[in-house]
Design a protein around this ligand. Structure first.
Ligand SMILES: C[S@@+](CC[C@H](N)C(=O)[O-])C[C@H]1O[C@@H](n2cnc3c(N)ncnc32)[C@H](O)[C@@H]1O
Length: 266
């Protein structure tokens, strides 16, 4: 679970500003704004649908769903400073009637059954402990309308830890990540009643995403450096280069899954 200390270090304003230069304003995880449309299609969200964005960060995905599709989005976020930032952006965009951000720990959420057409865990579930994942999936099942979809993207743990270096383990600890394995994930989904529709190892996507992002940052270096300190930018670039190497070596393993609450219960 992410502690307040990890939160302060990981999602410090300067770092958030820097990562948004990499992924786009409002986006703190792989793919950033470039994959909004893909996400809309995977979630199968339509105008008027109600979406829960768990770990909504600085708000990009929620705005994308509200602006591009006309969905009503509830963003839930642990970090108070990210909630403040996302709310400010919501006001600037005149989207407060469509998008709501709540400062909450995802493990303590409570909604009425069948409140949502879709639920998103985009880079966020990795922050809770493995034992919290099954209760989260069970709650997600309960909150989804029959036929509603859950989409999750994030870091997972490989079944064999053989290739994992100490440096990678330190990174996982520093970020407060607790990645689960594919078999744990499948087991949790099936115990929750959610039906797996798609599972994708996004290794190639992630490597390409790192390369494109680094390319973009290097091309826009002079602009970026006006808003972010040289030290933070250089540190973030070398961190991204390292993440790309880890992905190439199969150590850093990012997956995407789509699951559904079945239309009819057994
Ligand atoms: C990698 S960021 C992704 C943010 C956003 N989904 C995106 O793609 O830009 C993970 C987010 O999950 C949030 N988070 C971590 N633990 C959480 C918890 N227990 N409850 C709610 N949010 C949490 C973090 O504060 C962070 O904003």
């Amino acid at each position: 679970m992410m502690s307040r200390l990890v939160e302060a270090a990981t999602y410090a304003p300067e770092w958030v500003r820097c990562v948004e230069k990499f992924y786009g304003v409002g986006f703190l995880s792989a793919g950033g704004e470039r994959i909004c449309q893909d996400l809309v299609e995977r979630l199968a969200v339509k105008e008027g649908d109600s979406v829960l964005d768990v770990g909504s960060g600085s708000g990009g995905m929620a705005f994308c769903l509200a602006e591009n599709v006309g969905a009503t989005v509830t963003g839930v976020e642990y970090s108070g400073s990210l909630v403040t930032l996302a709310r400010h952006r919501s006001e600037m965009k005149s989207l407060t009637d469509k998008v709501t951000f709540m400062e909450r720990d995802m493990r303590k959420l409570d909604f009425e059954p069948q409140s949502f057409d879709a639920i998103l865990f985009w880079g966020s579930l990795v922050h809770v402990n493995a034992e919290d994942c099954l209760p989260m999936f069970r709650k997600a099942y309960d909150w989804l309308k029959p036929g509603g979809k859950l989409v999750k993207q994030g870091l997972m743990r490989s079944e064999s830890d053989g290739t994992v270096t100490q440096k990678f383990k330190d990174y996982i600890t520093r970020m407060g990540y607790n990645p689960i394995t594919y078999s744990e994930c499948i087991q949790f989904l099936s115990s929750s009643g959610l039906q797996l529709l798609e599972f994708e190892n996004r290794r190639d996507f992630y490597i390409q995403d790192c390369a494109d992002t680094l390319d973009k940052v290097k091309k826009n270096w002079d602009e970026i450096i006006k808003d972010v300190s040289k030290e933070t930018l250089e540190k973030t670039v070398s961190f991204w280069e390292e993440k790309r190497r880890w992905a190439e070596d199969g150590v850093l393993y990012v997956c995407l899954l789509v699951a559904q609450r079945p239309l009819q219960e057994d």
